[in-house]
Design a protein around this ligand. Structure first.
Ligand code: CU
Length: 163
């Protein structure tokens, strides 16, 4: 029996759609729903870094597009479990290419726009920690490592960025 596929341009009544779904299931076909033509935009864009050691979400708002060899500022957004912005933290981010055994040729640090104390704990500006001094000098797979120190926790994580 050939695999039934539904076309997004055609509409079905709920009954015939259900019947069709049943047929598809019975025929062992896994394509049950058409892919929407327009993907939904995420509410908060950026590279989400899975963090360990605390319930914090770190989002790296890497500028799009990143230009080869050009310095850029990386805004980092930290949210707690309830989605509230974390306002005070020390945020350290580095980028390396593990497969090549090298990092960047620059050393990121908090932007001069940030208010930081002597321990490097900064106050978020409009919900973002701005880190200056990123420069990706070659295309490939970069590993962004994030370390966050809040009043409660020290947490860290990493995520890949294909450049
Ligand atoms: Cu490299």
């Amino acid at each position: 029996m050939p695999c039934l596929t539904s076309s997004p341009s055609r509409t079905y009544s709920s009954t015939s759609a259900a019947a069709m779904l049943a047929l598809v299931v019975m025929s062992g076909c896994t394509q049950t729903s058409p892919t929407p033509a327009v993907a939904e935009k995420p509410v908060q864009p950026g590279l989400v870094v899975p963090m360990q050691g605390g319930e914090v979400t770190a989002r790296l708002l890497i500028p799009e597009p990143v230009e080869m060899n050009k310095m850029f500022v990386l805004p980092v957004r930290l949210e707690d479990k309830q989605g509230r912005v974390i306002e005070r933290a020390r945020v350290e981010v580095n980028a390396t290419m593990p497969e090549h055994g090298h990092g960047m040729m620059t050393e990121p640090k908090p932007s001069t726009q940030m208010e930081c104390d002597t321990k490097g704990i900064c106050l978020a500006k409009d919900g973002q920690f701005l880190l200056d001094g990123f420069r990706l000098h070659m295309p490939g797979s970069w590993l962004f490592s994030v370390k966050v120190v809040t009043q409660k926790d020290t947490i860290s994580g990493e995520a890949r960025y294909e450049f």
